[in-house]
Ligand binder design. Structure first.
Ligand SMILES: Nc1ncnc2c1ncn2[C@@H]1O[C@H](COP(=O)(O)OP(=O)(O)OP(=O)(O)O)[C@@H](O)[C@H]1O
Length: 246
């Protein structure tokens, strides 16, 4: 499989909405092969930063993607696992319907072609969800839904993966399985991952670098440096020792 390619350079990124500035002058580099955790209080602008990276909202400043040779990549493939997915839980739609719809323009009510179903199954196997194919979306647990969303984000294999609080409503075992998967994607495909999280112990355990955002980047660097910084202690109001609550 082709190795994932994109590093990103964010320079002077500012997002404004009617009520004023949401994020201001954000400058950050994320290199391929690293898991960059974005941490910060509620409303600090973390999701807004991801939306700007996805090109879903207008911004000023620049976001540049480059391959390992330093060449610019104009349209990188970016996989996104959102904070949550709002949908009608009574929908008869199955995981197979969702994944196959992503794989073809064939209307799902006409059934699925065998090869698409096999591919959807392979996508699920990659994320440890091999028995989920025929389940209805409304019957999935939080952890199962996260795996389906991850499978969805990985087809086609992206150049960069964005995860927004991917483990809310997921139990401890499910969280570990999810992060182990993300870690293996990083090592197997050298995929850069940007992870928004409130859980500092997960950040300490799984991220390679971190940045504290509060409308702008207050501190960034290796995880320990960021965790030990006065800015993080002040924001989260706790002693952080090696990334865990003291
Ligand atoms: N479309 C919008 N219009 C106006 N304000 C918005 C819009 N989207 C977000 N905001 C505001 O921007 C701020 C940052 O929101 P954002 O969702 O990026 O924060 P966050 O750090 O991800 O928060 P949380 O940790 O609570 O998920 C919030 O005050 C929010 O109300």
């Amino acid at each position: 499989m082709e190795q994932c390619k994109c590093s990103t350079q964010i320079r002077g990124l500012t997002v404004r909405k009617r009520d004023g500035v949401i994020i201001h002058d954000v400058t950050l580099d994320v290199h391929h092969g690293e898991i960059m955790a974005i941490i910060g209080r509620n409303g600090a602008g973390k999701t807004t930063l991801l939306k700007a990276l996805l090109g879903r909202i207008p911004y000023t400043g620049s976001i540049t993607f480059t391959n390992p040779k330093g060449e610019r990549v104009e349209k990188p493939r970016i996989g996104y696992v959102p904070q949550n997915m709002v949908f009608d839980r009574s929908t008869p739609m199955t995981v197979a319907d969702m994944l196959c719809a992503n794989l073809s323009s064939f209307p799902i009510w006409l059934g699925h072609k065998k090869e698409k179903l096999a591919r959807a199954d392979a996508m699920l196997q990659k994320v440890g969800g091999k028995n989920l194919l025929q389940k209805q979306l409304g019957n999935l647990s939080g952890g199962e839904m996260q795996r389906v969303l991850l499978a969805f984000a990985l087809e086609p294999m992206p150049d960069m993966l964005l995860l927004d609080e991917p483990v809310s409503a997921v139990d401890r075992k499910g969280i570990e399985v999810f992060y182990d998967l993300v870690t293996s994607l990083r090592s197997e495909y050298h995929m850069p991952v940007i992870l928004v999280s409130h859980d500092l112990s997960h950040v300490a355990r799984y991220a390679t670098r971190a940045a504290l955002l509060d409308r702008t980047i207050l501190v960034s660097g290796d995880v320990k440096t960021v965790m030990d910084s006065p800015q993080v202690r002040e924001t989260f109001g706790l002693d952080v020792v090696g990334g865990a609550r003291a």
